[in-house]
Ligand binder design. Structure first.
Ligand code: 5GP
Ligand code: ZN
Length: 115
C-alpha cells in the first residue's frame, strides 16, 4: 500500500467511494469525474503503477472481475456497449499511478471518441 496513493486510500476505506464490485484482490468503483453515467474503475487492491508490474495472479483476478461486471455496468445504465481502456504510464495520460481499467458505458450517438 502506498500512503500517498488515492486508490490505495479507497481500498483501505480512508477515502469514500461508490463500490460496484469487490473480491479478495480486486475492487471496482465509480469514477469521481465520469465520462458517462456508470463510468467505473476496476483496480487491483495491491499497489502497482503499471500493467507490466502486476503479479500474474492479480492480472488474472483483474480481468476476471472486468469480465464479471462489464455487462452488469452496461445493463445498469442501459448502454449497449462500452469503451474499456487503460492509461499505462504517465506519458499515456495516466494520472493516478495505480493500475486501473476504465469501463465507460457507450451508446449510439454519444460524443465519446474511439481509441
Ligand atoms: P487516469 O487518467 O489515471 O487513467 O484516470 C484516473 C481516473 O481516476 C480519472 O478518471 C479520475 O476522475 C479518477 N479519480 C481520481 N481521483 C479519484 C477519487 O478520489 N475517487 C474516484 N472515485 N475517482 C477518482
Ligand atoms: Zn495505490
Amino acid at each position: 500500500m502506498a500512503d500517498s496513493c488515492v486508490f490505495c486510500a479507497i481500498v483501505e476505506g480512508r477515502i469514500p467511494s461508490h463500490k460496484v464490485y469487490e473480491d479478495e484482490k480486486t475492487l471496482a468503483f465509480l469514477d469521481i469525474h465520469p465520462s458517462a453515467p456508470g463510468h467505473t474503475l476496476v483496480i487491483p487492491k495491491a499497489h502497482v503503477a503499471r500493467v507490466e508490474d502486476l503479479l500474474e495472479e492479480d492480472a488474472r483476478y483483474l480481468f476476471a472481475a472486468l469480465h464479471r461486471i462489464v455487462w452488469r455496468i452496461q445493463e445498469a445504465v442501459g448502454a449497449p456497449a462500452s469503451t474499456i481502456s487503460i492509461n499505462n504510464g504517465r506519458e499515456s495520460g495516466q494520472e493516478v499511478p495505480h493500475v486501473h481499467i476504465h469501463v465507460i458505458p457507450r451508446g449510439k450517438g454519444d460524443r465519446g471518441g474511439i481509441i
